[in-house]
Ligand binder design. Structure first.
Ligand SMILES: Nc1ncnc2c1ncn2[C@@H]1O[C@H](COP(=O)(O)OP(=O)(O)OP(=O)(O)O)[C@@H](O)[C@H]1O
Length: 370
C-alpha cells in the first residue's frame, strides 16, 4: 500500500543509509533537501551548500531524484520567533523539538504529500513506531505509538516527542533496528565514503559554527543586570543579559569557595541568582510543573481517570531516564521524580517514557525549590 516515499536527505550518513534501505526494500524514493534559514540575512553563518552537495552525491550514487524545498518563512514563524520570545521571557527553549513538530513533521510532510504524490515520508532519525520501520504494520484504524530504537545511545525520540499523530502515522524510520556503527559500516560498504566519515550534526540546525551567544545578541536587546549570591544576598558580579544564561551554567564569577552557577533568573528585576559550587543543593530538585502536555498516542488511562501515572522522565536528550510519578493539575502536569536532578530548566521539555515508548512531552514552566 505504501509505494512512493519522500525521504529527508540532509547530506549526512543517517539519511543516506535510510535511502539505501528504502531502495533495498523496494520503495520508490524521492530525496528532499530542506533549507530553513536564509543565509542572506546574516553574514558569517555556515552555508548549507556543502550539505546540499553531499545530498546530491548520495542521490546520484543511489540513483534517486533530489528535490530542494524552502521553509524559511515557516521556520521563522513557528520556531525562531518562539525561541526569541522564550529567551525574552527568561526561558531556555528547545528549537530542535519545535523544528520537528512544525517543520519536518508538518510543513515538510504536507509539502511532499501535495507536490510529490507520495504515500509516506521517511527520515534518518533513530526512532521507531508501533507501525514498524517501513510501516509494515500500518493500521488505518489505530493510533501510532512512538517507540525507542535499538540504538539507545543514539535514540532521538526526545526530539520527536511533540510530533503530531497525522504525520507520525505515515512516517518510516528505516534505521530503527540498527546501531550507529552498523549504519556507518553499511555506508562504507556501499561506497558512500563522503558521508560515512561525516560527524553528526549538533545543536540548533541553522547556527552552524557561530557561537550562540554572539548570534542571539543580534536579535535580543542586551540588558545588563546583577549576579546575586542567594546565600549571602550580595551582588557578586554583572551579567550582559538574562537570555545569555541558563540554569546550572557556570558564570565565570569567582567566589571565595568555588565558581558560581546560575540558580534562577528574575525577569522583573533583571537579576540572576547564583549559588557557589556545582553541587549546591539549590540546583537539585525533584518536583516540577509543566504546561499542558502533548501525548503522541493518547492521554494515559491513569491520568485520564485522575490517577497517578508511573513512568520515566528526562529533560535533556543525553541524560539517563529517571523514574517519576505524574498527576494532572489545572495547568498541565505535576512531575515528582524518584531522585533529584541537577538544573531542571524552565522552557525545556520534560519528555516521558514507559516501557520503551515515548509517551509525549510537556514544557517545564516551574520548579518546586524546597
Ligand atoms: N536539511 C535537511 N533536509 C532534509 N532532511 C533533513 C535535513 N536535516 C535533517 N533532515 C532529516 O532529519 C533526520 C535527522 O536529522 P538530524 O540532523 O537530527 O540527525 P543526523 O543524525 O545528523 O542525520 P543525518 O546523518 O542524516 O544528517 C535526517 O536523517 C534527515 O532525514
Amino acid at each position: 500500500m505504501f509505494k512512493k516515499v519522500a525521504l529527508g536527505i540532509s547530506g549526512g550518513v543517517d539519511s543516506a543509509v535510510a535511502a539505501l534501505l528504502l531502495k533495498r526494500a523496494g520503495f520508490q524514493v524521492e530525496g528532499v533537501f530542506m533549507r530553513n534559514w536564509d543565509n542572506n540575512y546574516e553574514a558569517g553563518f555556515c552555508s548549507d551548500e556543502r550539505d546540499f552537495e553531499d545530498a546530491t552525491y548520495v542521490c546520484r550514487k543511489l540513483n534517486i531524484p533530489l528535490h530542494r524545498v524552502y521553509f524559511i518563512k515557516e521556520y521563522w514563524n513557528e520556531v525562531f520567533s518562539v525561541l526569541l520570545n522564550e529567551y525574552e521571557t527568561g526561558l531556555t527553549p528547545n528549537p530542535d523539538i519545535l523544528c520537528n513538530r512544525y517543520i519536518k513533521f508538518d510543513s515538510f510532510f504536507q509539502h511532499c504529500r501535495n507536490n510529490l504524490g507520495i504515500d509516506a515520508i521517511a527520515t534518518g532519525h533513530y526512532a521507531n513506531t508501533s507501525f514498524g520501520p517501513f510501516l509494515e504494520r500500518y493500521n488505518e484504524s489505530e493510533g501510532v505509538r512512538l517507540l525507542q530504537p535499538a540504538d539507545k545511545h543514539k535514540d532521538q525520540t526526545f526530539f520527536l516527542s511533540q510530533v503530531k499523530q497525522f504525520a507520525l502515522r505515515k512516517c518510516m524510520f528505516p534505521l530503527a533496528n540498527l546501531q550507529k556503527r552498523e549504519v556507518r559500516e553499511i555506508a562504507r560498504n556501499e561506497g558512500l565514503m563522503n558521508v560515512a566519515k561525516k560527524k553528526d550534526s549538533t545543536g540548533i540546525c541553522f547556527i552552524g559554527k557561530n557561537k550562540f551567544q554572539n548570534f542571539i545578541e543580534e536579535y535580543i536587546e542586551t540588558k545588563k543586570g546583577h549576579f546575586i549570591d542567594i546565600d549571602s544576598g550580595q551582588v557578586v558580579g554583572e551579567h550582559g543579559g538574562l537570555h545569555k544564561w541558563t540554569v546550572g551554567q557556570r558564570c565565570g564569577v569567582p567566589s571565595h569557595k568555588d565558581a558560581y552557577f546560575v540558580f534562577k533568573k528574575d525577569l522583573v528585576t533583571n537579576d540572576i541568582y547564583v549559588v557557589p559550587g556545582t553541587k549546591h543543593p539549590a540546583l537539585w530538585n525533584d518536583i516540577c510543573f509543566t504546561s499542558s502536555p502533548h501525548w503522541i498516542h493518547s492521554e494515559p488511562a491513569q491520568l485520564a481517570n485522575n490517577g497517578v501515572l508511573h513512568c520515566d522522565f528526562r529533560f535533556q536528550h543525553t541524560k539517563p531516564l529517571t523514574p517519576c510519578r505524574i498527576v494532572n493539575n489545572p495547568q498541565g502536569l505535576t512531575i515528582i521524580l524518584q531522585n533529584k536532578l541537577r538544573a531542571i530548566t524552565e522552557g525545556q521539555f520534560g519528555v516521558l517514557y514507559k516501557d520503551g515508548e515515548c509517551l509525549g512531552s510537556a514544557k517545564i514552566r516551574d520548579i518546586c525549590h524546597s
